[in-house]
Design a protein around this ligand. Structure first.
Ligand code: AOF
Ligand code: ZN
Length: 395
């Protein structure tokens, strides 16, 4: 499981996940050909509606739809539940006959397949909408082809409106469709103004405020698994559950990166392993007796040579989106091995000063002139804290 110093953040494998579009937080998204300022306004509404499906629709994407006639919204909808009707179906039902001659805004290319529902293309054609604006293509080959089908029915189609915001909203879905080997990894850290995780005593305490904590729980709700290093477990005895946000459709599993299988049998995680899965990523050198004892109480042990093998093993176990919450060692190891897609930093208004535990001290040093610059995807305040989401790896 040794971290190799030659990959990832250290060597600058950086790319924006959606090409060269400006960051959505800047509000200056490039306009798609054939689109109008109103198209951007209504697509933003569709993206906001899509967000209501957070935690309920995975492994499907979050999708929102707005039906607009003569500049007025006549129907809205979103994909509410995995297996349930798609966003367009809800929006068309809300619009009723007013959909005829209207424009439909959808945050994803309408599906062209009969899955659990659909196809949405036929629903839009039957409702006689005259124009469809979508934010991005559906990367799922099974459902794709909606744009061509709509055009063949004589409907005007514009695509690429708010494309980068739509890609960011469904980054984990896009990744899962394109990559079946590794999970999408979000690394979230709460740090001080000086980028430290804890003060010189190393004593753990909350740096960020309640608003940030609620936001973190909402992020947990969108993950298939929540991961931490063994140091964090030994220091905090965390539950790694969703408590400060609406319960997700499927509770995320818990993951501990624990090379020597030190997870205490009496820890909260081990004690609840039969209720909510706990995956332990160990080295092959982990003592057999400890592995056996933990397996006996319901912990799933993945003994691997390298960190990436551990992640591959998690993906095979159904983890498409892994949300890692530290601490410093596992954060640096994942970054160093190029395994992180999004880095989410919550910065609290506190200075920890000399001797504090720097979040990235285990990474190789870089000079400011040559250190790769991360792309800012999103930035917002939670109470007195500042949250920034960075793209680290572009796939
Ligand atoms: C849309 N509108 O609101 C969503 C779409 O199994 P199904 O029938 O629910 O289909 C899931 C696939 O459909 C999903 O993987 C994605 O490609 C697309 N999702 N499409 O037109 C929606 N949620
Ligand atoms: Zn559909």
């Amino acid at each position: 499981m040794a971290a190799s110093p030659t990959k990832g953040i250290a060597s600058g494998l950086l790319a924006s996940p959606s090409g060269s579009d400006p960051s959505p937080h800047s509000g200056t998204e490039a306009h798609a050909p054939g689109s109008t300022p109103d198209d951007v306004r209504f697509m933003r509404r569709a993206l906001a509606l899509a967000e209501r499906g957070a935690g309920q629709v995975a492994p499907n994407p979050k999708v929102g739809a707005v039906i607009v006639r003569d500049g007025v919204i006549v129907g809205e909808g979103w994909h509410q539940q995995f297996g349930g009707p798609h966003a367009e179906v809800h929006a068309l039902a809300a619009a009723g006959p007013a959909a005829a001659g209207a424009t439909a805004y959808v945050s994803l290319e309408p599906c062209n397949h009969r899955g659990k529902t659909g196809p949405c293309t036929e629903a839009l054609i039957a409702a006689r909408v005259s124009r469809v604006v979508c934010a991005m293509r559906d990367p799922n080959p099974v459902a794709a082809g909606g744009i061509e089908r709509l055009r063949s029915a004589g409907i005007e189609v514009v695509t690429g409106v708010c494309a980068s915001a739509a890609h960011m909203q469904n980054a984990t879905f896009v990744h899962a469709v394109r990559h079946q080997v590794l999970p999408f990894v979000t690394l979230k850290l709460a740090v001080s103004i000086d980028g430290a995780l804890a003060g010189p005593s190393r004593q753990r305490a909350w740096l960020t405020g309640p608003e940030s904590q609620a936001a973190v729980h909402a992020m947990r709700a969108e993950a298939d698994a929540i991961g931490v290093g063994i140091g964090t477990v030994l220091a905090d005895d965390p539950a790694l559950t969703v408590r400060l946000a609406p319960p997700p459709r499927v509770s995320p599993a818990r993951v501990v990166f624990d090379r020597r299988a030190r997870l205490p049998q009496g820890s909260l995680l081990a004690a609840t392993a039969r209720e909510l899965p706990v995956h332990l990523i160990t080295g092959v050198e982990a003592p057999a007796a400890r592995v056996e004892a933990l397996t006996g109480i319901g912990v799933t042990v993945h003994a691997v040579k390298e960190l990436a093998d551990g992640l591959r093993s998690l993906r095979l176990a159904g983890v498409r989106h892994l949300f890692v919450e530290g601490g410093a060692q596992i954060a640096s190891a994942l970054l160093n091995d190029g395994l992180v897609h999004h880095l989410v930093i919550f910065q609290a208004p506190v200075i920890l000063g000399a001797g504090a535990v720097c979040a990235f001290a285990a990474l190789p040093g870089q000079d400011a002139t040559t250190a790769p610059r991360l792309t800012v995807l999103d930035r917002r305040g939670y109470g007195d804290d500042l949250m920034t989401r960075y793209a680290v790896s572009g796939d």
